[in-house]
Write a protein that binds this ligand. Structure first.
Ligand code: TYD
Length: 207
């Protein structure tokens, strides 16, 4: 089973991924938790290039780098893990490219979708949790993490994140079965219980 998390920076994905994977591991599921871009040596190198605030990257080069990192992760890590029966959880996947490079940077959607298809060989998550938060609130949360430097994507400005959020909301409208919108301002425990209900239902259906 393949589960992904989406949301603009500062939406609380990490907290929810940790809670979900700990609960699954406690129930003896074989869980592999990954992040995009990253999750293997090559994709981590691409990540460094993408997030380095000193790099001036053209929008289409940015898209191609994100999907190159994705292609490597899918081929070398995700598909083998799914074939081995693992439950794979990924922090961001195809929908990040749609929201950020498509809606955020303005790259035509057919180009983004085609790049995603090439990178994934049509692998689509079984379920995706979208933690929704207005960018102004998310920016405040991110600023609270004073130990981290602002990366290249984070310095894209609030209107960029507004467009990305709008993109996520569009995906939620288009794919209501797979792409689940959750209110990220709710208590993290309540959010976790909602996620757990969806995941355990899905597991039951699979068995
Ligand atoms: P990261 O530090 O992992 O952000 P977060 O903790 O919010 O997930 O950095 C990843 C950044 O890259 C984030 O700003 C989202 C962006 N991104 C894209 O623009 N397109 C993509 O396809 C992916 C996977 C990420």
């Amino acid at each position: 089973m393949f589960i992904t998390f989406e949301g603009i920076d500062g939406s609380g994905k990490t907290t929810q991924i940790v809670k979900l994977s700990e609960r699954l591991i406690a129930q003896n599921y074989d869980v592999l938790s990954l992040r995009e871009p990253g999750g293997n040596a090559i994709s981590e190198k691409i990540r460094e290039t993408l997030l380095d605030a000193g790099n001036d990257i053209a929008p289409r080069a940015e898209l191609l780098l994100f999907v190159a990192a994705r292609a490597q992760l899918v081929e070398k890590v995700i598909r083998p893990a799914l074939l081995a029966g693992k439950l794979v959880i990924c922090d961001r996947f195809i929908d990040s490219s749609v929201a950020y490079q498509g809606f955020g940077r303005g790259i035509p959607m057919n180009e983004v979708q085609e790049c995603n298809k090439i990178a994934t060989g049509n692998l689509v998550p079984d379920i995706t949790f979208f933690l929704d938060l207005p960018p102004s609130v998310a920016a405040g949360r991110a600023a609270g993490r004073s130990d981290e430097k602002t990366d290249r994507m984070e310095s894209s400005g609030e209107s960029f994140f507004e467009r990305a959020r709008h993109g996520y909301l569009k995906i939620a409208d288009n794919e209501p079965k797979r792409f689940i919108r959750l209110e990220a301002r709710e208590n993290p425990e309540i959010i976790h219980e909602k996620i757990w209900t969806y995941v355990s239902d899905l597991i039951k259906k699979r068995n």
